[in-house]
Structures are given as C-alpha cells and as structure tokens.
Design a protein around this ligand. Sequence first.
Ligand SMILES: Cc1cc2nc3c(=O)[nH]c(=O)nc-3n(C[C@H](O)[C@H](O)[C@H](O)COP(=O)(O)O)c2cc1C
Length: 293
Amino acid sequence: MPDIGNSNRISRGYIDSLYIETRYMDSTNPDTAFTLYGETFASPIMTAALSHLDHFMFPGAGLALAEGAKAANAVLWYGMADDAEIEALAATGARMIEIIKPYTDRDKILAKIRHAEGLGLLAVGIDIDHPFSEDGGPDIVDGEAMTAMTTAELAGICAATKLPVIAKGVLSRHDAGRCLAAGVRGLVLSHHNNRIEYAIPPLAVLPEIAAIAGDVPLFVDCEIKTGMDAFKALALGAKGVCIGRPLMTAIKQGGADAVRDYLNREKATLGKAMAYTGCTDLGKMDPAVIRRV
Ligand SMILES: Cc1cc2nc3c(=O)[nH]c(=O)nc-3n(C[C@H](O)[C@H](O)[C@H](O)COP(=O)(O)O)c2cc1C
C-alpha cells in the first residue's frame, strides 16, 4: 500500500512547520495544572482513546495505559471496549473518558452511557468519524455495525445524560457547528490515525473551530508526541491534547512506569515551552507565539 496522502505524515509535517517565538521578558514559572469538567490534573497532556491493546499488544497492555495515566495524574481516554474492560480500567483509579462507537444500535450507546454513569467516569464521547468502512459502506467493528450520527440523535444523547458528551473526529466547521448545536461539551479534532488520506491537519483547522466553540473545550490528537507539540496546540486554542501510538511504544518498552515517565517528561517539556514564551497561564495562551514562515 503506497504512503500517498498519509494523514499522519501530513499532520506531522504541519506540526513541524509551526515555529515558536520566545518571550523571556517578564515571564515567570508556568503552571501546567489542568482543570477539566471540575477536576484537576497534572497537565493537559492525556492519553488518546486507544483500544484493543490486549489484542494488538499483550494481555495487560490496556491496564498499563490506565495505571500509567493514574500515576502521572493524567486523564485516561479509552475507546471501544466491553463493559468488563471499562470496569477494570476504571478500577485502576484513573479518571477516565470513554469514547463509544457510533453503533447502529443506538440503544447500545445509551446502555454504555448508563454504565459509564454508574462507574462515575469523567465524561463519555462518540467517535463520529467511524461510521463508514474503507469502501464507504457501513463500518463493522468486532461484528457490530456503525451508522453516522445525525445532529438530532447526538442532541438526544447529550440530553439523556448529566455526563459531558464529547464528539471525537471533528475536522471541519461543518461538523463542529452541528456537534455544538447538539450540545456536546467537548470536541476532539482528529483524523483517527489516518482514517482518511489527505485529512486537514487538526492544528490547521483548530483556529477556525476555536472561533466558534466558545467555552466548549477543544482537544487535539494525531501525531502529538511531545510537550512542544502540545504547546503549539494549546497556544492555537486547544484545551488539551491526547497521545496515542507513542504511548503504545512506551507500554512495549516499560509498561505502566514508562507511560507515567512519558507523560511526566512531556509535561516538563510543555512547562519549558510555556516559560520560554511567557505563556505561563493555560487559561491565557497567545496564538501569536506560533509562527509559520
Ligand atoms: C490501536 C488503536 C486503537 C484505537 N482505538 C480507538 C477507539 O476505539 N476509539 C477511538 O475513538 N479512537 C481510537 N483510536 C484512535 C486514537 O484515539 C487516536 O485518534 C489516533 O491514534 C491518533 O493519535 P496518535 O497519532 O497519537 O496515535 C485508536 C488508535 C489506535 C492506534
């Protein structure tokens, strides 16, 4: 399969095309503490909504992600999983956001939300970018069919729970506007690990979505690897970032401890970027420190 139009490569290139202006005068030590949905964490660098790790990697890999996130006091996002796996992940004590698939069986979405409520998860979400398969037909994942969400259905889901509902997989003002109209309390700008070639890089579309999102937090994933990448996203209007495949590499290398160390190291790098740019308050980031030349 040729690598033509690979969205991960394109997103990486875009992130690397962004430069950081320094502002040392009158700068101070930064505060990376991050508050989301009323709870405070060490930094806005979180895990991405990975899934099937025990299958793709080894038994216990999913738990290692959760334990590492807990040890770093970072938010744990997780993707498609049965109730028992979600319970085991939540039992690590990590504060968790569960991203639920756009199951054709909408009752299953609601049942999973009720389950998340019962476990006291931090939030739930739907990866709205997973309804179609590679030929444009309905996606089938683990034998379960998917269907694109309508704005009305998403609004019904948001109204059906007190948990914040997040839409993951937004890359346009079109989708952002509809999800916001439906009442979501967060958007993840993402192409979901190259689900479509030539996807606009999340950071390229971030400013125009930030302009219409108001107080609704925006999150970014896809090729976010370091605290420098995180800083660029945060300066451009994201509230937080999610790291996926690099944490899978960390799990392979050293399990939960390596996940913790990765998140802590990149939190420190984020702090460096904040101090060196005078953007020491996550609530008052200045997009003008990011330059494209
Ligand atoms: C093994 C694997 C499983 C994933 N499972 C899910 C999932 O169930 N739900 C979801 O919304 N995203 C899922 N994703 C996508 C990630 O959340 C993320 O959007 C993507 O990996 C881009 O981030 P990255 O470049 O840091 O890996 C998965 C990604 C990987 C690599």
